[in-house]
Design a protein around this ligand. Structure first.
Ligand SMILES: *[C@@H]1O[C@H](CO)[C@@H](O)[C@H](O)[C@H]1NC(C)=O
Ligand SMILES: *[C@@H]1O[C@H](CO)[C@@H](O)[C@H](O)[C@H]1NC(C)=O
Ligand SMILES: *[C@@H]1O[C@H](CO)[C@@H](O)[C@H](O)[C@H]1NC(C)=O
Ligand SMILES: *[C@@H]1O[C@H](CO)[C@@H](O)[C@H](O)[C@H]1NC(C)=O
Ligand SMILES: *[C@@H]1O[C@H](CO)[C@@H](O)[C@H](O)[C@H]1NC(C)=O
Length: 249
């Protein structure tokens, strides 16, 4: 067998390709496939007032909703996350936005406290054991869109691939990370949906995991258009009600 010039060229191309492809391993960069993470700098985060280092491989992820506005594009999600950070820092007097990550229905992940600082999102001991990941919106009666649900799964996979989350991790809803009745987070529709996911743990602090809640819950996602019409109509209704009442009183 002869080694031709063409073979040599291909060999060199292969060497160079391997060198380029392995650079991220040496600089220790996070490799997140299928997930776009918008950094704090990109959403113009305020400085944290303090941080606690968060090290090791975590055995839990908690899912949250923000119970505030939904967002469907980069500009709106950046504005919304800023509102949440201001609320957590100024009204709640926390060091920083509570969650490690937030997710928009644009399918992007927004960096909160990130991979390396401990969050403030759940009851003890879960802030120490879990990454707190919150989907922006209120998901009591409908689900976030598929983009957001996929982003959640891809982010957790990224944490596993990079040694931040144990591959045998458990997923719980925020309401499981506090005493029963403390919060309805991550919203009943979303909470029931994630119970079908592989890593969901049927855990409750006092041992009374409530699986009756999910017998009759909606399983659909309210799309952007339907949701806008709903907001418009409910706004209109509230306005009519208010003016009628004002005239009446
Ligand atoms: C960035 O955030 C700071 C602090 O909240 C604010 O004063 C400033 O106007 C923001 N800048 C932009 C470009 O939004
Ligand atoms: C936290 O991490 C930073 C950088 O990763 C390091 O400089 C600092 O010493 C750490 N602090 C503690 C208390 O371990
Ligand atoms: C947060 O604090 C600001 C300033 O004190 C206040 O105007 C605003 O209403 C508060 N927001 C909430 C949701 O309580
Ligand atoms: C998960 O794996 C780790 C080792 O990577 C092990 O220490 C831990 O006990 C396992 N947890 C469960 C719940 O299986
Ligand atoms: C609740 O979960 C337990 C254990 O996972 C199961 O044995 C029981 O049948 C469930 N009850 C309902 C109403 O689904």
């Amino acid at each position: 067998m002869y080694i031709t010039n063409m073979d040599m060229k291909l060999t060199w191309i292969c060497y160079i390709w391997i060198m380029i492809a392995t650079v991220p391993c040496f600089i220790g960069a996070f490799q997140c496939n299928n997930v776009e993470i918008v950094s704090r700098a990109e959403w113009n985060a305020s400085e944290p007032k303090g941080t606690t280092n968060f090290t090791g491989n975590k055995p839990y992820a908690t899912i949250h909703h923000t119970a505030m506005a939904r967002c469907f594009d980069l500009a709106a999600c950046k504005r919304q996350i800023k509102v949440i950070q201001d609320f957590h820092q100024n009204n709640r007097s926390w060091w920083d936005i509570g969650y490690n990550f937030l997710i928009g229905e644009d399918g992007r992940v927004y960096e909160g406290r990130g991979w390396y600082s401990k969050g403030a999102h759940a009851g003890l001991p879960f802030n120490n054991l879990a990454y707190g990941i919150s989907i922006m919106g209120n998901f009591m009666t409908f689900l976030p869109d598929k983009k957001a649900l996929d982003a959640f799964k891809n982010l957790v996979q990224c944490g596993i691939d990079n040694g931040r989350i144990q591959s045998n991790y458990s997923l719980i809803g925020h309401r499981q990370a506090n005493e029963p009745g403390y919060t309805v987070c991550p919203g009943t529709a979303l909470y029931c949906h994630v119970q079908t996911w592989e890593h969901f743990e049927r855990y409750q602090q006092d041992g009374t995991f409530d699986n009756a809640t999910c017998a009759n819950i909606p399983t659909g996602s309210a799309n952007h258009k339907t949701y806008s019409i709903y907001l418009l109509l409910s706004g209109l209704f509230a306005h009519i009600l208010q003016t009628t009442l004002t005239d009446f009183l």
